[in-house]
Design a protein around this ligand. Structure first.
Ligand SMILES: Nc1ncnc2c1ncn2[C@@H]1O[C@H](COP(=O)(O)OP(=O)(O)O)[C@@H](O)[C@H]1O
Ligand SMILES: [Mg+2]
Length: 251
């Protein structure tokens, strides 16, 4: 059973950046197979990883919804989906990537969501690490991907509002009954002004991590470049390494 890492948080907090950096870090470690899953309909993990345009599950779903005839009769929908999903996985250096994408048409996706969850369950068994870059809401997480995870990482910024919203996400996770074995709070883009008073008591200081604001991250994203192009001495890279080391100590 693979280690499932879900990265959640409000839009623009840095989920995709951190997902990409953690994925690359796990890939470099060679501690097992790594699958990155872009579960944000507004997908940009491929760009952060420098992988350009890749096939999405949404495209696959569209294809089947528009032309049901594409499913070979001898195969059945479930088997067809499973086969095609495996085809849609992009292989990169040190890790694989699966992009959910955004289904366009109206209609009921219950059936498809079921199939997707089953496929995810299989992938989670196949890979040692599955890093899920979640959308701002928790819909994907609860309905489409998986209802449990090994590590939940909620990302927020250093503002009071930002930290409050992270607390709300933790509450929501409990309310919808998602089972997260370990929970971490990552305060991203800190400038030194942060006041996280009280949070230590709530989460335990050992579960709170800070990632500094770094101009280079922004510059790369403005240029549409991958976080893989960060300089070796990047403070963000070091902070993510530290986070990874805390979560998965090399012993
Ligand atoms: N530590 C950081 N320092 C500077 N800019 C950052 C940092 N983390 C993220 N960013 C920038 O903030 C923006 C939002 O980050 P992103 O990872 O796309 O957030 P999300 O996936 O949560 O919407 C991007 O332009 C990204 O480059
Ligand atoms: Mg994102």
């Amino acid at each position: 059973m693979g280690d499932v890492i879900v990265i959640a948080g409000k839009g623009g907090t840095g989920k995709t950046t951190i997902s990409a950096l953690l994925t690359q870090m796990l890939g470099r470690r060679e501690a097992g197979s790594v699958l990155a899953v872009d579960a944000d309909p507004n997908s940009n993990l491929p760009d952060a990883l420098g992988l350009g345009k890749v096939n999405t599950i949404a495209d696959l779903i569209e294809e089947v919804v528009k032309t049901p005839g594409v499913v070979p009769q001898s195969m059945g929908k479930d088997a067809y989906f499973e086969y095609k999903i495996n085809e849609d996985i992009t292989e990169a250096s040190g890790y694989d990537l699966l992009v959910m994408g955004r289904p366009e048409g109206p209609g009921c996706y219950c059936y498809i969501n079921n199939v997707l969850r089953n496929c995810m369950a299989k992938l989670i068994k196949d890979y040692s690490f599955v890093v899920i870059d979640n959308e701002a809401g928790m819909e994907h997480f609860s309905r489409k991907t998986t209802r449990s995870c090994s590590e939940l990482i909620v990302v927020c910024d250093e503002t009071k509002v930002g930290v409050k919203s992270a607390e709300r996400i933790f509450q929501l996770i409990d309310e919808i009954g998602i089972d997260a074995k370990r929970k971490f709070l990552v305060v991203n883009r800190v400038t030194g002004k942060e006041d996280l008073g009280g949070l230590d008591k709530m989460f335990g200081a050992e579960n709170i991590f800070k990632i500094p604001f770094e101009e280079d991250i922004l510059t790369l994203s403005v240029k549409g470049k991958s976080v893989g192009d960060l300089k070796k001495n990047s403070a963000v890279l070091a902070a993510v390494e530290f986070l990874g080391e805390a979560i998965w100590p090399k012993n």
